[in-house]
Design a protein around this ligand. Structure first.
Ligand code: XMP
Length: 510
């Protein structure tokens, strides 16, 4: 299978580069720069290498460097931003950080005749984000693009098929960025562009069919996209030897547990064990109000319940997990500050032993997981469902978690989602839900005074969930949802709309 290596020097757009390459039907994988040698790159048969950007300066001793032998192994290379400077540095060029030389944002770049710029106009907008730049290209290279502040915005050595761009072609603001990436893949590396998700699916099913033959495989199904797709894929490969344990912690949305059970047991005929552990979780959560504590308790209890079920099943050979590519890439990095301890259903139990772990989706990005899910016939509403946190509604209830509060929240959330759907506003927002607070306030119903809880409606717009803006949902929709929530749910007197972005707030409340 033809593939491209994205050699990771710590840039923020590395996953984006790999995705953009895969969108051209060329398989791309990301590897940290210090995990592979030029010899290994050559023998792995990569059709090309992309050096990513990175936050460093090449002359810093601590900056990531790479063995310059890579320039002579005969595999085409495209250096982007830091990757471009590194290529220049490795080949003997000069990098500098002149005063006022920083460029950030949309920048006009003028290109000259070069195969990398085939089909690109003489001037176009590219996305720049740099302080250093290449002052003198190395011997054997010629300058192929310039901007007002950057005398060498691109360079190449056609003989060795080495190309470098100071800007970021992978970012949508670079208007002809895709064209440039295509030129690199198809004109320079000679890729055929024949990678298809269907091939991945067929290959995986037949691989697991033989590798897992006769083995018992256990999977923690959450009803989320990743574990669902992993489950159906493995079910296709090994049938009833796959046992799915669905731990219903009682913190799911309205009717969600039944939907998951129906889908996997009835539609797919899977070997599914549903554990209704709501009471167990509620007992553990009684009296607990501190958000991190709640998260920890739920995460730990989840593992305990899962272990209890697994033990009943006797010897299990393999544990399957719905890990996807961004998890793999991100877990290869140092931890950033813990804002919230994220619990992902399917965490590793420590009491049961397995001979093996399989992660059938570890090569795929989220959108590719969704495509795979569609191909496997998983219902659209499940494949495209908005993210739902592992600890469920517990992170949407302030203060203690009680059955009564869960019931109120489930109804409020269902009404809100229904009204978003009625207004056809699902595509306006990336995640939307209700939150139940402990704030009581005075209301009036008929002639009587009431004193009830406050429900918060939250909707956010985001690409990556790391930052988010509150969504400007239509007032009429919010009004309808508010009216219905106060009218239909006993104990709620007030509905408010959350107009905080992330940062400073997080998306979930707890
Ligand atoms: P925050 O609240 O951190 O949420 O801004 C960012 C995104 O992550 C989801 N989220 C979780 N997902 N386990 C998950 O699998 C968790 O513990 C968890 N906490 C938050 C949240 O719904 C949002 O999409």
């Amino acid at each position: 299978m033809e593939k491209i290596l994205v050699l990771d020097f710590g840039g923020q757009y590395n996953q984006l580069i790999a995705r953009k390459v895969r969108e051209q039907q060329v398989y791309a994988e990301i590897k940290p720069y210090n995990t592979i040698t030029p010899e290994e790159i050559k023998s792995a048969g990569y059709k090309g290498v992309i050096f990513t950007g990175g936050p460093n300066s090449v002359y810093d001793e601590t900056s990531p460097h790479f063995d310059p032998a890579v320039l002579d192994i005969g595999v085409p290379i495209l250096g982007i931003c830091y990757g471009a400077q590194l290529m220049a540095y490795m080949a003997g060029g000069e990098i500098t950080a002149a005063e006022n030389s920083s460029e950030y944002g949309k920048t006009t770049v003028a290109v000259s005749e070069d195969i990398l710029f085939k089909g690109v106009p003489a001037e176009s907008i590219c996305w720049m984000s740099h302080t250093d730049f290449i002052k003198t290209p190395p011997a054997g290279f010629r300058v192929t693009a310039r901007s007002a502040k950057c005398p060498c915005a691109a360079m190449c050595d056609e003989t060795r098929r080495l190309y470098a761009v100071q800007f970021h072609p992978e970012v949508t603001h670079s208007v002809y960025g895709v064209q440039m990436l295509r030129n690199f893949l198809f004109e320079i590396c000679g890729c055929a562009g024949d990678w298809r998700i269907d091939d991945f699916l067929e290959r995986s099913i037949s691989k697991y069919h033989s590798e897992l033959a006769g083995k018992k495989v256990l999977l923690a199904l959450s009803g989320g996209v990743d574990s669902s797709v992993a489950a159906v894929l493995l079910h296709k490969a090994i049938g009833q030897n796959l046992v799915c344990v669905f731990v219903d912690h009682g913190l799911l949305r309205k009717n969600e547990g039944d939907f998951v059970e129906r889908t996997f047991r009835e539609k797919f005929g899977m070997n599914l064990i549903r554990v209704n552990a709501g009471d167990r979780f509620l007992a553990k959560l009684a009296g607990v109000t501190e958000p991190e504590r709640k998260r920890k308790i739920i995460g730990e209890e989840f593992i305990r319940v899962f272990e209890d079920e697994a033990k009943k099943l006797g010897k299990i050979n393999v544990l399957a997990q719905g890990t996807i590519y961004p998890d793999v890439v991100e877990s290869g990095r140092g931890d950033s500050a813990v804002i919230k301890s994220h619990h992902n259903v399917g965490g590793l139990p420590d009491v049961i032993s397995f001979d093996e772990i399989v992660e059938p989706l570890r090569e795929l990005f989220k959108d590719e997981v969704r495509q795979t899910g569609e191909r496997l016939g998983i219902p659209h509403e499940l494949v495209w469902r908005q993210p739902f946190p592992g600890p469920g509604l517990a992170v949407r209830i302030t203060g203690e978690i009680t059955r009564e509060k869960l019931d109120i929240l489930r109804e409020a959330d269902a009404i809100f989602r229904e009204e978003v759907a009625n207004a056809g506003a699902e595509s306006m927002t990336d995640q939307y839900f209700a939150v139940l607070t402990d704030q009581f306030s005075v209301g009036v119903m008929g002639d009587a005074r009431t004193y009830g809880r406050t429900v918060v409606l939250r909707a956010v717009t985001t690409d990556d969930f790391m930052t988010a803006e509150w969504t400007r949902l239509p007032y009429e929709l919010i009004e309808k949802a508010s009216n219905r929530i106060t009218n239909e749910i006993k104990g709620v007197t007030r509905v408010v709309y959350d107009v905080t972005s992330k940062p400073p707030a997080t998306i979930e409340w707890e």
